[in-house]
Design a protein around this ligand. Sequence first.
Ligand code: HEM
Ligand SMILES: N/C(=N/c1cccc(CO[C@@H]2CCNC2)c1)c1cccs1
Length: 352
Amino acid sequence: MGMYDEAREFILECFNELGKRVEETEDRLAAFQEEWLQRATYAPTYEELEHGARMAWRNSNRCIGRLFWKSLNVFDERHLSTPDEVAQALYRHIEFATNAGKIRPTITVFHPSVRIWNHQLVRYAGYETERGILGDPHSIPFTRVCEALGWRGKRTPFDVLPLVVQMNGEQPVWFPIPEVMVLEVEIRHSDFPQFEALGLKWYAVPMISDMALEIGGTRYPAAPFNGWYMETEIGARNFADVTRYDRLPKVAALMGLDTKSDAFLWKDKALIELNIAVLQSFKESGVTIVDHHTAAKQFERFEQIEMDEGRKLTGDWTWLIPPVSPATTHIFHRNYDDTVVKPNYVRQESPF
Ligand code: HEM
Ligand SMILES: N/C(=N/c1cccc(CO[C@@H]2CCNC2)c1)c1cccs1
C-alpha cells in the first residue's frame, strides 16, 4: 500500500477511535489531501502522533505489557534541529520517565533526520580485555564505537554508556549521562545475606532507542520509548545468560548447591532465587517492576479488552511467553496471530 493510502487509512482509524465527528474527519482529510498535493508527505498533528504512538504499542506483537497502551506519555520533539537540543530532550525523557522510581511509560518522538545509536538510553559498557570480558558482552561493539568517538569508560562492570546522537547521517556526537540522572537498584536477597557480595546492580528504567515508530507511512527512526521491567528480563536473561553476565554458577555457590550434575536442577534453583532477589530489591527501592505471573494476567485482561472492543488481537507467542515457568501462564497454552499491523515499532538496521 502506498504512503498516501497508508496515511489516509491511519487518519480515518485514528479519528474513529478518538470519536471525532464526521465534519472534523472530513476537514482533516481535506487538509491532508491539500498537504499531500503540495509536499507529497504526511506530517501527523500532535494528536495523531500521540494516538498513533499508543496504537503502535497496542500493535506490538512481542509485548506482554500492552494493557496500559492508552496511558503512554508522548513528547513531540520533531522541531529540534541540533544534537545538543536532542540530548537535552533525552535527559528530560530519562528524568520524566524515571520519576524517582514511580516509572511513567513515555515516548519522545524526534524529527525523521535524527538517529540515536544507543540500543537503550541507559545501558552498561562491555570490554574485551586480556583477562576476559568486563561488563555487558552485548555492548562490546557499541562501546568500541563510543571510545572511537572519544568517550573513555572507567572499566567497571557497570559503566553507563554515553548518548550517541546523529543528525542527517552526519558524524555522530556523544553526550555523557549525569550519574545523578541514572537510577540503579542494588540486588540483595532477604534469605541469603551473602547475595550482596555478588556486587550485582541494574538500572531502573529500560528505554529502547533503536527502533523506528511508523505511523501512517511516516517513519521516525528516533523515538525512544520506556516502560518498566518484567523481572525475568534482568534475573533470567541479563544476569543469567552465558553470553551476558553469566552469574548462575556464583549464585548456586552462595546458595551452597551441588552443581556436579545438571539433574540436580541447580541452575533452576539459582534462577528462581535470582529472580526473587530482583523483585525484592526493586520493590524495596520503590522502583516499579512486574513479575511474570502478574504481567501474564495483565496481558490476559488486554486480550479480553481487545476482544470486547472488536479489535483482532495479534501477538508473537515465542516472545510473549516468559523465560521462567512459561507453562504456568495462560499464554503458553494458546496461540497468537503474528500478523504485523501498523502503526507499530519496527526494528531497523544498525547505524554502525
Ligand atoms: C509498561 C511496562 C512494559 C512491560 C512490563 C513490557 C514488557 C515487555 C517485555 C518483557 C518484552 C520482551 C523483551 C525481551 O524479551 O527482550 C517487551 C517487548 C516489546 N515491548 Fe513492551 N513492555 C512495557 C511497555 C512497553 C512500551 C511503553 C512500549 C512502546 C511504547 C513497548 C513496546 C515493546 C516492543 C516494540 C517490544 C518488542 C521489541 C523487539 O521486537 O525487539 N513496551 N515488552
Ligand atoms: N520492559 C521492556 N523490555 C523490553 C522491551 C523491548 C525490547 C527489549 C530489549 O530487546 C532486546 C532485543 C532482544 N532481547 C533484548 C526489552 C521495555 C523496554 C521499553 C519499554 S518496555
